[in-house]
Ligand binder design. Sequence first.
Ligand code: NAP
Ligand code: MG
Length: 398
Amino acid sequence: MDKIKMKTPLVEMDGDEMTRIIWKLIKDELILPFVELKAEYYDLGLKERDRTGDKVTEEAALAIKKYGVGVKCATITPNAQRMTEYGLREMWKSPNATIRGMLDGTVFRTPVTLDCIKPVVRTWRKPITIARHAYGDVYKASELRTAEGGLAELVFTGESGKTERLTVQKLGGPGLLQGMHNLEASVESFAHSCFKFALDTRQDLWFSAKDTISKVYDGAFKEIFERIFEDYREAFSRLGIEYFYTLIDDAVARVVRSEGGFIWALKNYDGDVMSDMVSTAFGSLAMMTSVLVSPDGCYEFEAAHGTVTKHYYRHLKGEKTSTNPVATIFAWSGALKKRGELDGLPALCAFADRLEKATLDTISGGTMTGDLAALIEGEKPRSVTTSDFIAAIAGKMK
Ligand code: NAP
Ligand code: MG
């Protein structure tokens, strides 16, 4: 059988622990036998990040900017315990944060859905994608708890020297204060990424905030989305998709009554909360894929879960684990499909579809990892190890 050829290299970012083991299995058994893989490899494993002073992460981000498409394995974000475990020189930043910062992107999370796994919400038939704005608001706020009453004010001193001053509240006793911000440019980038992704995936885009209460702050988000939508209006109507703004509480009610199949864009905090709600209601974190889309159209695909440390420690003791590789497989298929679209390689796109179908058919046929077996109602499916599951998919591909 002739292997499928590629044109432009894919930026491949290796990672840590259990997902690093899964990464190699996927490549060896599901990709390399079928595709003449052209990849530029970056090892974002913690040891290599430490050795290079985290330069390797920046280089990988630059490579995504250069080539346009990357696929990333889950990586450890160091904390105090990892400092000793790996003897690190520094507590390096989360690679995802570094890459997101350099690409200025928005993260879209989509569940992989299957007929045999019923979402908690019975009406949901198609996936719901959450787009979370990942800059500012309460995540970059200054907070104060006062010991006495007094006057709380909001003061802004412009670069021109001009100042603006607003009374927040005359506190009659000890109180709580919070000052937060966002940047017009960041909201604009967020809007561009959302409209681009909606066109890309041919789905309606919903955006929700609370502009009736927060007339200036949330009102600006609403206004910026409306203004930027004008650049995309024609393309939207050509594809027959819609942009739709509604208040966040109305959106929550509509989402629960919907049948899914759209993108829901949310401010930072709302997205944090709603993405966990939606992913749990769809079934399993191990089935959640994630793609970072930059406003200038670069894509980075990955699984939403982490390195599955608990399973890795069992693996190190020589136990066979049943860790679910589906989200990582879909990160690869998503990246290869996007590469195929950009380079005009229908055979590569078809291969990516075949890989996804083989994965879903394997599960529907009753062979799956333990986390999924636990979600299936009725007849008891076969719960297998990660390597047996991947071997079963490879068998279907051949
Ligand atoms: P995690 O790796 O997502 O795992 C948490 C738990 O979720 C696991 O113990 C497992 O539950 C279940 N799980 C997650 N993925 C699974 C899969 N593919 N198959 C089966 N079960 C799965 O989160 P964590 O343990 O909090 O974090 C571990 C490391 O990952 C940390 O060092 C963190 O910094 C990193 N992390 C990286 C990313 C990223 O690179 N994008 C994201 C999040 C976390 P059971 O143990 O009950 O089976
Ligand atoms: Mg959260």
